[in-house]
Design a protein around this ligand. Structure first.
Ligand SMILES: [Zn+2]
Length: 350
């Protein structure tokens, strides 16, 4: 009797889990049902209303608190990783990474990251002085907003692998948060990390892209993302072969960089336009750049783009944390990249 009862409970539970898990399309692709982009839009609104979240300022810290509170409310284990950094003038500041983890049944890990700081002013790209300061809506409240919605949706799903969401601080002044995190990963953590998904500026550019890192960084996470995007009917693209970059790769200008230096496969999402600028892309055929300009406010953000990104990223993370993936292949690490001090973004031209 007891056994029968347990079986029935199990059956009930199994049916419940099945119903709450995911839709499968005809090809068997698992798609989390609840991604709508609506919660992402709310997060985006809140973060941009704070104003520019410049590294080392109270506003950056207020954004960090908001993000940590959100992750906690979703039931994640949250760690605040403080680190020393420099602002764009080279002055010492302090910033933090907000790390939310759900430990899986096996030790395989997938990292999803997005920086939450933004710039105040970039002399090179700045608009007229009398226009309002951008609020980092696209760069990168959009990435954080997508990450938070995906985290919330996936918190209701059964996954097997460990998932680690990281909101990085102080990206704009030199990838300080992601470098600090990557440099402090244990050897075991590096080996267990199947992929790093980076979200940077995913709400405003012309077209939807995903790339791997450069120089032999394994491209399978990018390729899986492309396949998922295609099956969902989205025009998800990657970078063309050019004099500057090999097909499917891009520059080291965002938080994927320290992870690809460790040899971890990268899938880096952004909205961009490589048709008008095949050597690194330009954001918009009309405005040229939205990031780092006074255009970077909510009026230039497309909620449809946010939703499409959340859709693909949610499915990608779901796929990656559902199955046991091949162990990280050490042979594929870009030559000589392990255990070196990872250079700042501004130390190299790209
Ligand atoms: Zn950015």
């Amino acid at each position: 009797m007891k056994k029968k009862c347990a079986t029935m409970i199990y059956l009930f539970f199994a049916i419940f889990i099945f119903q709450a898990s995911a839709l499968a399309d005809q090809s068997g692709l698992q798609i989390p049902k609840q991604i709508t982009g609506e919660r992402a839009a709310e997060h985006l609104q809140f973060l941009t209303e704070l104003g520019p979240r410049v590294a080392g300022t109270m506003t950056e810290s207020d954004a960090a608190t908001y993000i940590a509170d959100q992750f906690e409310a979703m039931g994640y284990e949250v760690t605040i990783q403080d680190f020393p950094a420099e602002d764009s003038n080279g002055n010492q500041i302090f910033s933090s990474n907000i790390i939310a983890t759900r430990t899986g049944k096996f030790d395989q890990n997938v990292i999803i990251g997005a920086h939450y700081d933004s710039i105040l002013k970039d002399d090179e790209y700045w608009c007229d002085d009398d226009l309002e300061v951008g609020t980092g809506a696209g760069d990168n409240a959009s990435g954080v907003a997508v990450m938070l919605e995906v985290a919330e949706v996936l918190s209701n799903y059964k996954t097997k692998g460990t998932i680690t969401f990281i909101a990085f601080g102080a990206e704009e002044s030199g990838l300080w948060g992601s470098r600090y995190y990557a440099e402090n990963m244990e050897e075991e953590d590096i080996e267990n990390t199947a992929a790093m998904i980076n979200l940077d500026s995913v709400g405003a550019g012309d077209y939807f892209y995903v790339y791997s890192g450069r120089d032999g960084n394994p491209g399978w996470a990018r390729d899986l993302a492309l396949k998922i995007g295609q099956r969902m009917g989205y025009d998800l693209r990657t970078s063309p072969q050019s004099d500057c970059f090999d097909w499917g790769t891009t520059g080291d200008w965002s938080d994927h960089r320290p992870f690809r230096y460790l040899g971890i496969p990268v899938a880096y999402f952004e909205w961009m336009n490589w048709d008008i600028e095949p050597c690194g892309g330009e954001e918009s055929g009309i405005y040229e750049w939205i990031m780092h300009t006074c255009f970077d406010n909510v009026n230039f953000i497309s909620l449809e783009k946010i939703e499409m990104t959340a859709d693909v990223v949610g499915s990608l993370v779901f796929q990656l944390s559902k199955n046991k993936l091949p162990k990280f292949e050490k042979g594929k690490v870009a030559k000589g990249n392990k255990y070196i001090s990872i250079p700042k973004r501004n130390d190299l031209s790209n």
